[in-house]
Design a protein around this ligand. Structure first.
Ligand code: CP
Ligand code: NVA
Length: 306
């Protein structure tokens, strides 16, 4: 089997995502029926965290155990990773003792260097540039509630961050549209987003205009991990980019609201919205578990026909 990695959303084709979404449904249904499923018996996942996490750690660790394997947690504070061991050397060693590696780190270049020296599949658990596992869960959640995302409109309100970049890539791969509204000075950089330039996004100065008729409204923190020094300036710049009831009212009547979490009520979203009837944030978080189980199965075993 060819060695595959999931470092950014466009690493997989539309057809592969269709397979993964179908597979997620099957794995999730089986899990909900309490039926054991251990295709990754005896396999080991290593999780490397250079930034904090609740959902990513929990969903990968629980997911690997549920598939019959085991998971090992490493962080920069108490491993040699934080003491300057070259990422290439770490990749050589870690990938000789494990079957799959998940990394949460800073620059995308770090995970690319790791993958280039790894003997096993590498999964991006968030970098400054991308968060592909989260978007996998978000799109699966959309499909569960509304069917295919093809041709639909997603409104992104807020920072042009790793989540935004990944939505933009996903729009090109899966053929939907993203309406982006960011404050002045925080606009998206199509090259950093890794876009092919197929025009699946439109920028709006006014967040209300971006939300008009949208099938899904989504946002994220104003200050991502690693950018804490900019927090004060960002709080001022983003004040009008809070997803509120008015924005949801101009979206499609059955629009969904998503947020990757953790959220700050009263900053990027009001409590009325995140705790309101359009919000699917808890299912979205749960689906990290199910999509990542399908992802690990695919990377380690290839396609499974039932
Ligand atoms: N959404 C997400 O990745 O959450 P954590 O930072 O808690 O992993
Ligand atoms: N954009 C956020 C996502 C956290 C899950 C960050 O990078 O901190």
């Amino acid at each position: 089997m060819d060695l595959r990695h999931f470092l950014q959303f466009k690493d997989f084709s539309r057809e592969e995502f269709d397979y993964l979404f179908e597979r997620t449904r099957w794995i999730k249904d089986k899990f909900k029926r309490y039926e054991p499923y251990h295709p990754l018996f005896d396999r080991t996942l290593v999780m490397i965290f250079e930034k904090a996490s609740t959902r990513t750690r929990l969903s990968f660790e629980a997911g690997m155990h549920q598939l019959g394997g085991s998971a090992i947690y490493l962080n920069t504070r108490d491993s040699q990773l934080g003491r300057g061991e070259p990422v290439e050397d770490a990749a050589q060693v870690i990938s000789r003792m494990s079957d799959v590696v998940m990394i949460r780190t800073f620059e995308q270049a770090i995970i690319e260097r790791f993958a280039a020296n790894s003997r096993v599949p590498v999964i991006n658990g968030l970098t400054n540039e991308y968060h592909p596992c989260q978007i996998l869960a978000d799109i699966y959640t959309f499909i569960e509630h509304r069917g295919s995302i093809q041709g639909k409109t997603v409104a992104w309100v807020g920072d042009s961050n790793n989540m935004c970049n990944t939505w933009l890539q996903a729009a090109e791969v899966l053929d939907f549209n993203v309406h982006v509204s960011t404050p002045p000075g925080y606009e998206i950089e199509p090259e950093q987003a890794g876009l092919y330039g197929t025009g699946h996004f439109e920028s709006f100065a006014d967040p209300m205009a971006a939300c008009q008729g949208a099938d899904l409204v989504t946002t994220d923190v104003w200050t991502s991990m690693g950018y804490e020094a900019e927090n004060e300036a960002r709080m001022k710049a983003f004040a009008d980019w809070c997803v509120d009831g008015d924005m949801m009212r101009v979206a499609a009547p059955d629009a969904l609201f998503m947020h990757c979490l953790p959220a700050h009520r009263g900053e990027e979203v009001t409590a009325e919205v995140i705790d309101g009837p359009h919000s699917v944030v808890w299912e979205e978080a749960e689906n990290r578990l199910h999509v990542q189980k399908a992802l690990m199965e695919f990377l380690l075993l290839g396609r499974i026909e039932n």
